[in-house]
Design a protein around this ligand. Structure first.
Ligand code: GLA
Length: 399
């Protein structure tokens, strides 16, 4: 009898043990909607420290961003300086005097989550030690520090295969026992949308780095791909929608909203485009001294709700002429979010037809403007609006 009870107990426990060991562990549960947070790179580059990160976490709470859904505080490159004699990664002792665990604890004490950065090559893009050959050791270290999110870059990888490298790091993270979001930062070179989900990535960069400008791509100094403006990045997303879904997202890079290189109209368009694309919303500005207009963009809950919609469907471009575009995203309740974008130099009337939304022409629907926070009434057949130069009109359409 005792043997029988023990045998059934073992059978019951088996799935729990095998789940921990399985390399095919489903990571989707870590990011059911696109991750939201803040990352140090776009504004501060290598100028990171524990003080800066603490202040940013405080500001995320104080500014109302936490209440609007932002959750992760991520230190990008340059927190690490060397490896010790046992190969353990060493954080900069001057800039992070109490170490990374103390910082993670502080971020957690505010009800936020904590992320860190490394690289699949021998060195990071800024020349700090990468994780090549130390994948399991680093993952264990991150778990000890209570890290919730890893951005994993692709500099100095020479002959490595991207798919294998990211699969290896996912296996290492899983083996640590600490659930960690894996942010694949491979710039789209090996088309990570085709394999990013399969290797357990939760988001994957689809392009080179964003720059704080409306338009214009440039090659990197080593002749490889590129830095991009908002419109260049948007163009590169247009055919990728089918690869995204709950748990695994196309990542058109972090936000530049508030960094000073664009007008507020352009920042509104940038934020709206990222939301219609179900993109991760990772702010990249100084949260401590935001102008009210910038804060209002980053915390627009109606626009964020489109990004975070539980269906997890990425929006698609349904109309495009020289400078006018319409993008449409299906929402879980059957409504549609619609973005009218004007790339041109002067105001333009832009329209979208119900057929573009997958609705019959005769349907009557309620339209709500998500930037004016205003119902625009019942509309049949099509919706059109005057859109400012470099601006957007963003609405929901409810049949
Ligand atoms: C690459 C990434 C950036 C940033 C830097 C850090 O360029 O694409 O997002 O992480 O490296 O060096």
């Amino acid at each position: 009898m005792l043997m029988k009870i023990l045998a059934s107990l073992a059978l019951l426990l088996l799935p729990i043990f095998t789940l921990g060991q399985s390399p095919t562990f489903s990571s989707d549960a870590l990011a059911p909607t696109p991750p939201m947070g803040w990352n140090s790179w776009n504004k501060f580059g290598c100028n990171v420290s524990a003080d800066l990160v603490r202040q940013m976490a405080d500001a995320m709470v104080k500014s109302g961003m936490k209440d609007a859904g932002y959750k992760y505080i991520v230190i990008d490159d340059c927190w690490q300086v060397s490896r010790d004699q046992d190969g353990n990664i060493v954080a900069d002792p001057v800039r992070f005097p109490q170490g990374i665990k103390a910082l993670a604890d502080y971020v957690h004490s505010l009800g936020l989550k904590f992320g860190i950065y490394s690289d699949a090559g021998s060195r990071t893009c800024a020349g700090r030690p990468g994780s090549l050959g130390h994948e399991y050791q680093d993952a264990m270290q991150y778990a000890k520090w209570d890290v919730d999110y890893l951005k994993y870059d692709w500099c100095n990888t020479t002959t490595e295969d991207a798919r294998a490298a990211y699969r290896l790091m996912r296996a290492a993270l899983d083996a640590s026992g600490k659930p960690m979001v894996l942010s694949i930062c491979e710039w789209g070179t090996a088309k990570p949308w085709l394999w990013g989900h399969d290797v357990g990535g939760n988001l994957w960069r689809t392009t080179g780095d964003i720059k704080d400008r409306w338009q214009g791509s440039e090659k990197w100094p080593n002749g490889t791909c590129c830095s991009n403006g908002v419109l260049d990045i948007a163009d590169q997303q247009a055919d990728l929608a089918s690869y995204a879904g709950p748990g695994h997202w196309n990542d058109p890079d972090m936000l530049e909203v508030g960094n000073g290189g664009m007008t507020n109209t352009e920042y509104r368009a940038h934020f709206s485009l990222w939301s219609i694309l179900a993109a991760p919303l990772i702010a990249g500005n100084d949260l401590r001294d935001m102008a009210p207009e910038i804060r209002d963009i980053l915390t627009n809950r109606e626009v964020i709700a489109v990004d975070q919609d539980a269906l997890g469907s990425e929006g698609r471009r349904v109309r495009k002429d020289e400078s006018s575009e319409a993008w449409v995203k299906q929402l879980k309740n059957g409504n549609r979010a619609v973005l009218l974008l004007n790339r041109g130099a002067s105001e333009a009337e832009i329209k979208v037809a119900w057929e573009d939304l997958g609705y019959p022409h005769h349907l009557s629907a309620t339209v709500r403007d998500l930037w004016q926070h205003k119902d625009l009434g019942q509309v049949t057949g099509e919706f059109s609006a005057k859109v400012a130069s470099h601006g957007v009109v963003m609405v929901t359409v409810q049949p």
